[in-house]
Design a protein around this ligand. Structure first.
Ligand code: BGC
Length: 754
């Protein structure tokens, strides 16, 4: 019976469309009467406000990517309106590489494409806070101009393992780089008067069985690694909302976890905004609210019933219920929808494409460049473009983090736009294969709505030796593009970390043949995350990593290949020599391929059943990524923070000065080569009591302006002592060790007693 009442209330509300206020009722929501509105609301209305409108056809027992046709088609979800009190629905949309809405609408000839910006990992690889903020502004502008209120981004989870399917949406294995990138992104988006939802809080570091697995980490690892990026971004950029994650943490759902949401997030960090569930995350509406998770998205009637029944039984307190209602109203009154913003549906997509291209360039990492293979100085050289990905370039990843962009510039097009001569016979061979493979795939998948779970990427094929010989004679240079794609619902299989047989053959044959003819070979890695390079890097002359660079990806690579842009990106994660060098490698579902069942996971009968599936132990503790590798004395193929330039830089005058409760560190960076370019000053710290710490940890970073040959720039870091503290398990708090600290930028180090 109760269910029926609630459902009909919801339908009545939806039937009112935009839910403009009831004129006969004097009390209507405004910025100053939120408490009054809370008092005037019935229990049913409160439950409606706290549970979203739902998704047709979805029971709410499986986690999904959000999709609604209400208000803004293709947005992830909307909240319930309560017309009696002048409370409108607000629109929530993904995130993070741009706004995700449907590009076309029924009976409407206008298009609603959004800009695909470089994905998270590429933004982080720029190590450029200003530039990330600028990307945020452009995305925020599209959110506002397309009538949405909250962007479900940034994705801020740590890349604990190179195979996590969503690494492309996230930033780094390092909490400082992740947190600072997230903060810059949030500031940019929110400057546009719309909100963000930093996600997925917390310890959501694998996709396999994501809704039912239990993440188990020490308190120190949580504080110093997994919570840290959230803490930095939340304190610095104040996101309007936080999205709790699907997984359990120590046996309790993140969205029903008062320790996480109340004690840490609100209590210790002073967060004042709203917390929402991930889509159908958690399993009990009352437990969500009682634990401080205010909004349940996209919602289902069951969750409303749970709230109402628990409240009536006294299991859900008035205080918790009203606090969540109040926080939801506080969010609503900030939103463009509430404030009657007349959106244009016409963001400046041309200007944003340019921003996307600039930022894609800035995230490109040059891993190898023997004998100045790059830049390609002469445009008249003929180039043979190998690798099928060159012709069907990956702009973004799979799942809710993908954007519906109007076009993607592939590498062929980008190179042509830059004025290069490409081998047309070879191009045709690949283009024909792309067409053939795509048609076959489309035929096989006709009528199946599975695009959100998988993106078709055509396979490379063998080219015979004689043919390659021909290409080596008629071209001056070979470029081979390798692609890797991943996304929500599934982690990458270990085999994806290594070269596939056909890729190995391609690299071997092309390198041998071109080198025999004294011609060079460049590899472009159009990838979602780290992969193995150690076994094949010696065979090629240059390696470039443009990641998934958004819709202008091909133009951005061409800008760097031609030298129009000098690469200044640095790796935001370690490129291990071997997968098993990853700290905690075995405590990850590296050899499971998520099939349709495990995509959504199994509700464990016993949460202790299957390791890396029902539960995952974060066995490497705080020694994630380079922290662990360096402690074990192992070498990376390419370490965290690595990236070459077409010029050289010198680090000079590293100085540290102690002030009352902080240290000021200054460093000068000089362009000592002859090509204009930017460099990143990566400030690392080594703490006293080496036995309990990583050998060094990133503390901060800054990118220089573009420096011309011989030009220098001084950079200053202002480091409060609390940024030097670490987590003390016994005291259950952060403390700063007394002793000698070493600060390091590049090859320079200074020590100081603190
Ligand atoms: C994802 C979220 C996303 C939500 C709405 C979920 O599947 O985990 O990141 O924001 O869907 O689309």
């Amino acid at each position: 019976m109760k269910k029926a009442i609630i459902a009909s209330l919801s339908v009545a509300c939806l039937a009112m469309g935009s839910c403009s206020g009831n004129k006969d009722n004097a009390l209507q929501l405004n910025k100053n009467n939120i408490d009054e509105i809370v008092n005037a609301m019935t229990l049913e209305e409160k439950s409606l406000l706290l549970v979203g409108i739902g998704m047709p056809g979805m029971s709410g027992t499986e986690t999904v990517v959000g999709e609604t046709d209400m208000i803004i088609p293709g947005a992830a979800g909307v909240t319930n309106a309560i017309p009696r009190l002048g409370i409108p629905s607000i629109v929530l949309a993904d995130g993070p590489a741009g706004l995700r809405i449907k590009p076309t609408r029924e009976n409407d000839s206008k298009t609603y494409y959004c800009t695909a910006f470089p994905v998270g990992v590429c933004l982080a690889a720029s190590w450029n806070k200003q530039l990330v903020e600028q990307t945020g502004e452009a995305i925020g502008n599209e959110v506002r101009e397309y009538g949405c209120d909250i962007l479900l981004a940034p994705g801020t989870n740590i890349q604990r393992n190179p195979l996590c399917g969503r690494n492309y949406e996230y930033y780094s294995e390092d909490p400082i780089l992740s947190g600072m990138t997230a903060a810059a992104y949030i500031k940019g988006v929110q400057k546009m008067g719309v909100g963000t939802s930093i996600k997925h809080f917390a310890l959501n570091n694998q996709e396999t069985n994501r809704s039912y697995m239990d993440s188990r980490a020490s308190e120190r690892a949580k504080r110093e690694i997994y919570y840290k990026p959230f803490e930095i971004a939340i304190k610095e950029a104040k996101p309007w909302t936080v999205m709790s994650s699907y997984n359990y943490i120590d046996g309790v759902y993140a969205s029903q976890n008062p320790t996480l949401l109340q004690d840490v997030l609100r209590g210790e960090w002073g967060y004042k905004g709203l917390v929402m569930t991930d889509w159908f995350g958690g399993d009990n509406g009352a437990a969500n609210i009682q634990s401080g998770n205010d909004l349940i998205m996209p919602g289902s009637d069951d969750r409303r019933v749970q709230i109402i029944e628990a409240y009536k039984k006294g299991e859900l307190s008035d205080e918790a219920l009203n606090a969540s209602v109040k926080r939801t109203l506080e969010l609503i009154v900030k939103c463009p929808t509430f404030n009657g913003y007349q959106y244009s549906n016409n963001p400046d997509l041309k200007a944003h494409a340019q921003i996307s291209r600039n930022n894609a360039c800035e995230g490109i990492v040059l891993l190898k460049n023997n004998d100045n293979t790059l830049p390609i100085t002469s445009k008249s050289k003929n180039i043979a473009l190998f690798g099928i990905t060159s012709y069907c370039y990956n702009s973004g990843g799979i799942g809710s983090g993908d954007v519906n962009e109007a076009y993607t510039v592939d590498l062929l097009e980008g190179m042509k736009n830059a004025g290069f001569n490409l081998d047309t016979k070879l191009a045709k061979k690949y283009q024909d294969s792309v067409k053939e493979q795509t048609e076959k795939y489309d035929k096989e998948h006709a009528g199946k709505n599975d695009a959100i779970f998988a993106k078709f990427t055509p396979k490379d094929f063998a080219i015979n030796g004689n043919e390659i010989e021909g290409y080596a004679l008629s071209n001056e240079l070979a470029i081979i593009t390798l692609g890797r794609m991943s996304g929500e619902f599934a982690d990458r299989h270990i085999s994806e970390f290594y070269l596939k047989e056909e890729e190995k053959n391609l690299i071997n044959q092309v390198s041998e043949t071109f080198h025999k003819n004294n011609k060079k070979v460049v590899v472009v890695l159009n990838i979602c995350g780290a992969m193995e390079t150690a076994s094949w890097r010696d065979k090629v002359d240059a390696i470039l990593v443009p990641w998934l660079g958004g819709q202008e990806g091909g133009n951005a690579v061409a800008d760097v290949l031609s030298g129009k842009v000098n690469p200044s990106g640095k790796l935001p994660m370690t490129f291990y020599k071997d997968y098993f060098d990853t700290p905690g490698a075995k405590n990850f579902p590296y050899d499971k391929i998520a099939d349709a069942k495990s995509m959504f996971g199994d509700k464990a009968v016993n949460r202790d059943s299957i390791e890396n599936y029902d539960y995952t132990i974060y066995s490497e503790d705080i020694f994630v990524g380079y922290r662990g590798l360096e402690k074990e004395g192992k070498e990376a193929a390419y370490p965290f923070g690595y990236g070459l330039s077409y010029t050289t830089f010198q680090i000079e005058d590293l100085k540290v000065e102690r002030k009352k409760t902080k240290v000021i560190i200054k460093v000068t960076i000089k362009n000592s080569g002859d090509f204009p370019g930017k460099e990143v000053a990566q400030l690392f710290v080594t703490s006293p009591h080496a036995e309990k710490h990583p050998l060094r940890e990133l503390l901060d970073y800054q990118k220089t302006d573009k420096l011309i040959a011989g030009q220098s720039q001084e950079l200053t870091f202002d480091i409060d002592f609390d940024r030097l503290s670490c987590w003390d398990e016994e005291l259950h708090s952060s403390t700063m060790d007394i002793g000698e600290y070493t600060f390091q930028v590049g090859d320079k180090k200074v020590k100081i007693k603190l």
